[in-house]
Write a protein that binds this ligand. Structure first.
Ligand code: FAD
Ligand code: NAD
Length: 426
């Protein structure tokens, strides 16, 4: 059996939702577009899973956070897809792709063919097993990538009020989940191998600002070591975590956030890959002209840096998806994707934004015992990155605009003295 569509979006996450909206804005006919997703629900704003979804009260639940609510656009409920004649093939994994024949084979045995394919398969969470630790399948060990994972964390929290959670990993998932666990009155110990949290982005000074805040909320940090094994009881539940430094931590639940791998498997050997993702050009087009890739799975040229990057953030997923659809529907009118990398997070009552690249020398500013701090990164004489915690809308816009302009910086001391004022006057 088989079906044929003009456009197929493979993957039903953030990028898929934004791509669908853009397709309708540019005009697709009834039955021309289909989205195939392994998840059983229509595309939703994944960032909600570590934040509003885990709140003890007024928690976010679908349909309230379907895409594209995060961008103050329309909220695309299943009804919206129906009304726009878009076929949602949910709960369906694609198990192989044949780029020469332009077909996808689903796990249910259906062949779906396309004229143009938009790959938006995102990424999967790395498992502890990939680092030689077993026990990930225990009922109280949680990862966080999709709705099912978020429900599992929620249930685990409910089953151990006032209990102990061990958070493995000091990146985005670790930091955001630790905050949500604390808000749910769970005792949190964070364990990660680096010297400080958020090592991919934060400087030691920025990291210690957040770690001090977390400590004031009762979080314990164990740094420079990793998990070596779990103690598991006869019910198959983890009761304690053993660390490589020899310590043993009693645990009622474990949350693991140790990074991701892009879902490129279907296209290995068929499309050119780079930086672990599908390599695309400035139109988000892969090495096969009928296939575009967007979101976490795509490695695209970032003009501002003059090199190809794969970004794992929601703004990049939203914008790359929209740009790819523009390039598909109106190739003549659509230029190269010119993206300013933008990352953000919200934890407790804190909120930060980062624009650009975190390379070169760093200049910090602000009151590190107060609520507004910031930093600039200066590389080869130019400002290339900006970070701000606790800013206003106007201040965030100012650091974004400044970073985009990439101004020449002659005097780092003067930049430090001006601090946020520099971005506000550029
Ligand atoms: P995804 O949203 O992951 O969607 C991929 C989809 O493809 C999924 O539906 C998956 O099931 C499907 N799929 C994969 N393979 C197949 C297959 N073979 N067959 C069928 N379907 C398939 N970023 C930020 O900038 N700010 C944040 O605050 C933030 N918070 C986050 C919180 C959490 C808990 C997580 C997990 C991520 C967060 N991110 C955040 C990152 C952001 O959500 C991702 O960058 C974004 O979701 C990427 O979108 P995507 O569409 O490329 O991939
Ligand atoms: P990450 O890359 O942010 O952090 C991974 C962390 O894993 C590292 O900081 C390190 O401390 C730890 N680690 C690595 N190897 C380890 C090991 N063997 N044992 C213990 N710890 C180890 O990845 P993540 O936190 O898992 O996040 C997953 C994805 O979700 C990322 O793509 C991230 O961008 C995305 N995300 C983004 C946001 C946001 O932008 N606000 C929020 C949540 C998730």
């Amino acid at each position: 059996m088989g079906r044929a569509f003009t456009y197929v979006i493979l993957g039903g996450g953030v990028a898929a939702g934004y791509a669908a909206l853009e397709f309708t804005k540019r005009g697709v006919s009834q039955g021309e577009l289909c989205i195939i997703s392994e998840e059983p629900v229509a595309p939703y704003e994944r960032p909600a899973l570590s934040k509003g979804f885990l709140l003890p009260e007024a928690r976010a639940r679908l349909p309230s956070f379907h895409t594209c609510v995060g961008d103050n656009e329309e909220r695309l409920t299943p009804k919206w897809y129906k009304e726009h004649g878009i076929e949602l093939v949910l709960g369906t994994r694609v198990k192989s792709a044949d780029v020469r024949r332009k077909t996808l084979l689903t796990a249910t045995g259906e062949t779906i063919s396309y004229r143009i394919l938009l790959v938006a398969t995102g990424a999967r969470a790395l498992k502890l097993e990939e680092f030689g630790v077993t026990g990930s399948d225990a009922e109280n060990v949680c990862y966080l990538r999709d709705l099912a994972d978020a429900n599992r964390i929620f249930d685990a929290m409910q089953s151990c009020p006032g209990g102990n959670a061990i958070v493995i990993g000091g990146g985005y998932i670790g930091m955001e989940c630790a905050a949500s666990l604390v808000i749910n009155k769970i005792n949190v110990t964070m364990v990660f191998p680096e010297a400080h949290c958020m090592a991919r982005l934060f400087t030691p000074k920025i990291a210690s600002y957040y770690e001090d805040y977390y400590k004031s909320k009762g979080v314990t940090f164990i740094k420079g070591t990793v998990l070596s094994s779990f103690d598991i009881d006869s019910d198959g539940k983890v009761t304690a975590v053993n660390l490589r430094d020899g310590s043993l931590l009693p645990a009622d639940m474990v949350v693991v956030g140790i990074g991701i791998r892009p879902n490129t498997g279907l296209f290995e050997g068929q499309l050119t890959l780079e930086k672990g993702g599908i390599k695309v050009n400035g139109k988000l087009q892969s090495s096969n002209s009928s296939i575009y890739a967007v979101g976490d799975v795509a490695a695209f040229p970032v003009k501002l840096f003059g090199e190809c990057r794969r970004l794992e953030h929601v703004d990049s997923a939203r914008r790359s998806a929209r740009h790819a659809v523009a390039a598909i529907m109106e190739p003549e009118k659509t230029g190269e994707f010119d993206y300013l990398p933008f990352f953000y997070s919200r934890v407790f009552t804190m909120s930060w934004q980062f624009y650009g690249d975190n390379v070169g020398e760093v200049v910090h500013y602000g009151d590190f015992s107060g609520s507004t701090i910031g930093a600039y990164w200066v590389s080869k004489g130019y400002l290339v990155g900006s970070f701000l915690e606790g800013g206003t809308k106007e201040e965030y816009e100012a650091i974004a605009k400044t970073t985009r302009l990439k101004p020449a910086i002659e005097d780092l001391g003067e930049l430090e003295r001006q601090g946020l004022g520099f971005a506000l006057t550029v």
